[in-house]
Each structure stands twice: as structure tokens, then as C-alpha cells.
Design a protein around this ligand. Structure first.
Ligand SMILES: Cc1cc2nc3c(=O)[nH]c(=O)nc-3n(C[C@H](O)[C@H](O)[C@H](O)COP(=O)(O)OP(=O)(O)OC[C@H]3O[C@@H](n4cnc5c(N)ncnc54)[C@H](O)[C@@H]3O)c2cc1C
Length: 324
């Protein structure tokens, strides 16, 4: 993106009052604590602001990148020149009516899981330990315990690159294992309607406690990370096991490049032990993918997404493909 003029900045500030930040240190806001500086981060408050911003960028043929809480993202060491729209705490309203939940996309997922529990609504237990926004969760069709949030979705509200507002029923969202249409259509999710089922609070609380205890036991606790780096592949799972088991069996636990380390606690996590660069993580990922493919015949796909400086998003396992 060309340098923004004072007029551009004034217009953006009018469209997104109080939500314009310049020269943002991505290593300070990203969950992996990796990345250079972003020229422009916009944090809208509602769907109308999102639509107005997207129209402004469309008029100038600029494609902004959308992020949530960055819990699945690896930012380029050189930072981000494309404008970034972050849907987060400024867009976090929730309304519960019986079994129906209407929530804005910036809602923090563990907080939503707790609200569902307090309302006696079951079906959201599996999301209680996922540290992202609802918008990011829907885009990734994230979940745990072999579930995805898509199965609880009734409709999703989004804004396309021209600033037009859409509402899609769940069957038009392309939900599949860790997939949705929002990964490719460029739309920004602004809200969603979930439907859950009534369940005694004590049962929900017990299940959530068990899930959180299991995660505390298995996952790295202190070092910054992005959750599971690789997706599970059902055929590989049946034959070899989960990605973590395959990576561990090849002796990768504890291997490091720069500040990036394959977690000694769980081999499907790469943690930042301090000063890790995106290049360190990408190189480690490429070595793991190659070694697992040679040993098992399965090519693992990354769940983690690399954010190029120009705003393009790319699965982290494919970034260095063919470069060695
Ligand atoms: C410790 C840890 C544990 C994790 N455990 C799990 C787990 O158990 N299960 C699981 O599925 N994931 C897990 N994750 C990964 C991650 O938390 C999820 O993918 C999460 O849903 C991403 O949400 P986010 O707001 O951080 O999105 P981001 O990481 O910011 O973005 C992820 C993707 O969603 C897109 N996106 C974000 N917001 C929007 C929006 N409003 N509209 C359109 N697109 C959007 C982005 O462009 C990007 O493509 C874990 C991560 C960590 C750090």
C-alpha cells in the first residue's frame, strides 16, 4: 500500500473512530510473539464500520487482511504493509435467548464458553480452551474433541470486499474439518447465530474442567505458541497416529532453530523461547514436513497460517516449499 496521506488518515479515523493504530509492533500483539511492524491496524466497533472500511479500501483497489486474536497466525519478520482490520474486543457483544446465542465476531472464545455454561447450554464445552475470537474460530471451523464450531452455527453475518453485508446459513458456509468458505472468499465475519442444547450446568462445568486439565497437562504452558502447528489427517491418524506422535517418533522434540523450539511437552507445538523469527519457525516446519513425509508417506498440512508482508495468507507448511 502506498503511504497514507493525512487526508486518508482523517477519512479512516472518521469511518472507525478511536480504532486507528499506526506502526504497530506485531511481535507485541501476536500470540507467537513474532513479526515486524504493521503500518496500519484498524479496530472497528460494528458491522457498519467494517462495511464502510471495506468500501473505502475497495474504491482504492486495496485488499486489507483480517485478523482476530492472532492465535493461528505467523507474521512475517518484515511486518505488514497491507492494512490490517482486527476484529476483537471492540466488537464483542453477546445476547442469549433460550438456546439461541447471538454473538459479535470479536467475542473471546473462552469467555463465550463460560457464558454458555452459566446459561445451561451444552455443545460449546469443546471450545473452552481455544484462545481466539469467535470470528477466527468460525473461519477456521475450530474446535477440539474432534468437533468444530460449525455444527452449532445457524447463520453467519459477514461483509464482502465491496462492503456488502451478507447473512449465510450454516449449510452455505462450507464447514469441513478446519475449513470454511471464509478462508478463501475474503469476507470479514462480523457476527453469528449459534444454537445449543440445554444441559445441566454441573455437567457442563465438569466436562470443561476435564478438558482444561487435560490441555494444561499436555500443552506447553508458558512459552508463546500458536496451538497445534499441523492438522490431523484421518488416514494418517489411523495408520501412524496424530501429528505430534509422528513428529515425536522422528526425534524432533527439543529441536530448535534460533528461538523456535519443538516443544519438549508436545511435538505438534513450536514455541518461541525468545527472539524467534518467522523464518526460524518456517524452516522448522519445512524440516518436519519433509522428515514425516519420507518416513510415513504422509505430507502433513499446517493449521498455522503465514501472513506475508503484502497481506497474503498462506498455510505455513507451503511457504518454503521448493526453496531448499
Ligand atoms: C494455546 C493454543 C491452543 C489452541 N487450541 C486450539 C484448539 O484446540 N482447536 C482449534 O481449532 N484451534 C486451536 N488453536 C488455534 C486458534 O486459537 C484457533 O484457530 C482460533 O479459532 C483462531 O482465532 P483468532 O481470533 O486468534 O484468529 P486469527 O489467528 O487472528 O486468524 C485465524 C484465521 O481466521 C481469519 N479471521 C480471523 N477473524 C476473522 C473474521 N472476523 N472474519 C473472517 N476471518 C477471520 C484470519 O484471516 C485467519 O485466516 C489454539 C491456539 C493456541 C495459541
Amino acid at each position: 500500500m502506498d503511504r497514507l496521506s493525512a487526508t486518508d488518515l482523517a477519512e479512516l479515523s472518521a469511518l472507525c473512530p478511536g480504532g486507528v493504530a499506526r506502526d504497530v509492533d506485531l511481535s507485541a500483539i501476536s500470540q507467537w510473539r513474532i513479526g515486524g511492524r504493521a503500518d496500519l491496524v484498524l479496530r472497528p466497533e460494528d458491522t457498519v464500520q467494517v462495511a464502510a472500511l471495506l468500501r473505502w479500501f475497495a474504491d482504492r483497489s486495496i485488499h486489507p487482511v483480517v485478523i482476530g486474536l492472532t492465535s493461528n497466525l505467523l507474521f512475517d519478520d518484515t511486518g505488514l504493509r497491507a492494512p490490517c482490520i482486527q476484529i476483537g474486543t471492540r466488537m464483542a457483544q453477546t445476547r442469549i435467548e433460550g438456546a439461541d446465542v447471538h454473538a459479535a465476531a470479536g467475542v473471546w472464545v473462552p469467555g463465550l464458553a463460560r457464558r454458555l455454561m452459566l446459561a445451561g447450554l451444552g455443545g460449546g464445552e469443546h471450545i473452552c480452551g481455544i484462545p481466539g475470537t469467535l470470528g477466527g474460530l468460525i473461519c477456521m471451523n475450530g474446535g477440539s474433541q474432534r468437533k468444530g464450531i460449525g455444527s452449532a452455527v445457524v447463520t453467519v453475518d459477514s461483509v464482502d470486499l465491496d462492503g456488502t453485508i451478507h447473512q449465510r446459513r450454516a449449510d452455505a458456509c462450507g464447514f469441513a474439518y478446519r475449513r470454511s468458505v471464509f478462508q478463501t472468499n475474503g469476507e470479514i465475519i462480523t457476527a453469528c447465530h449459534l444454537r445449543l442444547a440445554s444441559r445441566p450446568r454441573t455437567e457442563i462445568r465438569a466436562e470443561m474442567r476435564a478438558i482444561l486439565a487435560d490441555r494444561r497437562h499436555k500443552f506447553p504452558r508458558k512459552e508463546p505458541n500458536c496451538g497445534s502447528v499441523f492438522k490431523s489427517n484421518p488416514a494418517m491418524y489411523a495408520e501412524i497416529g496424530a501429528p505430534g506422535a509422528a513428529i515425536e517418533s522422528l526425534g524432533f522434540k527439543g529441536q530448535r532453530i534460533g528461538g523456535a523450539l519443538v516443544s519438549p511437552r508436545h511435538a505438534n507445538f513450536i514455541v518461541n523461547t525468545g527472539g524467534a523469527r518467522a523464518q526460524d519457525v518456517l524452516t522448522l516446519i519445512a524440516r518436519i514436513v519433509e522428515a514425516v513425509e519420507v518416513a510415513t508417506g504422509y505430507r502433513m498440512e499446517a493449521e498455522a497460517i503465514f501472513v506475508h508482508a503484502d497481506g497474503r495468507l498462506q498455510p505455513a507448511d507451503t511457504v518454503l516449499e521448493g526453496s531448499s
